[in-house]
Structure formats: structure tokens, C-alpha cells
Design a binder for this molecule. Structure first.
Ligand code: AMP
Length: 278
């Protein structure tokens, strides 16, 4: 496994590959868990060379303490990637990617950024798209892999690739869950065993909606809000029923489009997000 700390070294190494070799790219912020690793495995299956980046991108954090507290488990991450025979790991410093004082670029993703994370984490998607665009320009992969766990991010990255007029294929990878249904997340490590058990409420609610699609959306919404109100440890930030292509809210299921339900909630101060595509 080759580890590069600078884009210069990485790009020099990439020159040794032919145009026919498919390059798969998996961006992460480290603290790798089985969700990340399943994405690396998919890239290994679909491509000849897999590059995983580990970089905690400062411009996508709208909260300084969230950035300061972001876990750093680089040694363990590298061991996990080595076990999967990941070909290349790119672990740049901030200075390798941003000029001194450089801020996030302003993007226009239309309706995709209006609601949900776009509403509750202002600036987050400009920061995310800024770094993904930089990575795409440095690596120019054949395919880039993103988790459906961050559904809004996945849709925005697809829009970004179009805006860049690039041929990079954006591949969405299904969410990996604990046996309990809780979506794997680095933030789960901040929860006690009993909190983790309670956190399964998020996925239970999503599955309830999926299994009761004959009910009207406002009825389902009210039911979910009640479930969260009855749980004193939880604070529901949003539950949104949306059309997958636009991410605009829907009040009736759209038969001709895919629909999705997205939830963000705090359990004892830890923010969890999850979704289900119908
Ligand atoms: P992060 O390190 O949080 O930026 O995540 C890196 C990538 O892993 C993103 O594309 C996420 O959507 C994806 N990811 C995070 N959690 C999961 C999960 N439980 N299952 C599948 N992919 C995930």
C-alpha cells in the first residue's frame, strides 16, 4: 500500500498507470468503520486501482468544536486499509489542498441544498463540494464512491460532477448497519451501550414509514414526531419526505419518482443522520 502526503507525490505516482486502468476513489475523513470499508471493497471490485483519501476537511465544518473533536485514528485506519489491500492512501495536510486563508467556493446546486443538512448546517455543502472538486481535479478517477448514508451529499456530488463536465462516474453504496439497524457512524462511538440501543429508534421509524406507505405522509410524519417526543433522550431535528431527484419535500408519494425519507436527530448531544430510499 502506497501512502502519499502530498498531491505532487500522488500525481507523479498516478502517471505510471495507463489510461485503460480504472481508478476508483473513496474520500473519507478517517475514523474508518465497516461502512467506509465496504466502500473500499466496492471500489476494489469495480476498479483496477483504489485510492482512499483521509482528510478532515475544515471548510465543511460549520462548528469549530465539532472540527476540534473529530476523531483521529490514523494508525488504525491505515492498518484496516492495508488489510483490504487498498492500493493508495492519500493523507494530505491542509496546506497541501488550501492556499493560506482560502475559504470554501460558492456553488449553486439548485434545490438540492435548500433543505435538511443544507438548512441545519449552513456552508457545509459548499465546503464539501470545494474539497471534492479539488480531489477530482487532482486524481481524475474513473469512478468515485460515496455512501448513501449521506444521501444529500451523494446527490450533490452527482450534480457537481455534471457541473464540472467530467466523466467521473459517481457510485452510491448502500448503508452498512449494526445488527440493531443503527447506521454505522464514527459518532456512534460517543454513545453508551444503552444509548446505542435507544438510537435504533431512527431506523425503526424509517422502516415503519417504508412498511406503511399506504398511510398519508402527514400521518406518518406526525407518528414519527410522537415517537421522538415520547423519548426524553432524543431531539428530532428534522424528518423530511423528499423526491430523490430534487430533494424537495413531498406531501404525497410520487409514483413516477423515487422518494426518500431523511432524519436527523440528537441523542444526548450526538447528532445522527439516516435515510431510506423508497
Ligand atoms: P466520512 O468519513 O464520514 O466523510 O464518510 C466517508 C464516506 O463513507 C461517505 O461517502 C459516507 O457517506 C460513507 N459512509 C459513512 N457511514 C457509512 C455507512 N454506515 N455505510 C456506508 N457508507 C458510509
Amino acid at each position: 500500500m502506497h501512502i502519499f502526503k502530498t498531491k505532487k507525490e500522488l500525481q507523479k505516482f498516478l502517471l505510471s498507470f495507463t489510461k485503460e486502468e480504472k481508478v476508483g476513489f473513496v474520500p473519507t475523513m478517517g475514523a474508518l468503520h465497516e461502512g467506509h470499508l465496504s466502500i473500499v471493497e466496492q471500489s476494489k471490485k469495480q476498479c483496477d486501482i483504489t485510492i482512499c483519501s483521509i482528510f478532515v476537511n475544515p471548510t465543511q465544518f460549520n462548528n469549530a468544536s465539532d472540527l476540534d473533536n473529530y476523531p483521529n485514528t490514523l494508525k488504525a485506519d491505515l492498518e484496516k486499509l492495508e488489510q483490504l489491500a487498498c492500493d493508495i492512501v492519500y493523507t494530505p495536510t491542509i496546506a497541501d489542498l488550501y492556499k493560506n486563508g482560502e475559504k470554501a467556493k460558492e456553488f449553486d446546486f439548485g434545490t438540492l441544498t435548500i433543505g435538511m443538512e443544507g438548512e441545519f448546517r449552513p456552508g457545509h455543502f459548499n465546503g464539501m463540494a470545494t474539497i471534492v472538486e479539488k480531489f477530482f481535479n487532482i486524481i481524475n478517477p474513473t469512478k468515485a464512491f460515496f455512501g448513501q448514508k449521506d444521501l444529500q451529499q451523494l446527490q450533490i456530488v452527482k450534480a457537481l460532477a455534471k457541473q464540472m463536465e467530467s466523466d467521473i462516474q459517481i457510485i452510491g453504496i448502500p448503508t452498512i448497519r449494526e445488527e440493531s439497524g443503527l447506521a454505522k457512524s464514527s459518532r456512534n462511538e460517543l454513545l453508551s451501550t444503552s444509548e446505542k440501543q435507544e438510537a435504533t429508534l431512527v431506523y425503526k421509524c424509517l422502516k415503519y414509514c417504508k412498511n406503511n406507505q399506504e398511510l398519508a405522509i402527514p400521518t406518518l410524519e406526525k407518528y414519527i414526531q410522537e415517537q421522538f417526543k415520547n423519548n426524553t433522550h432524543f431531539k428530532l431535528e428534522y424528518i423530511d419526505f423528499v423526491s430523490l431527484n430534487t430533494l424537495l419535500p413531498i406531501t404525497k408519494w410520487e409514483a413516477k419518482n423515487q422518494n426518500a425519507i431523511c432524519i436527523a436527530a440528537y441523542i444526548e448531544g450526538v447528532r445522527l443522520i439516516d435515510n431510506i430510499i423508497l
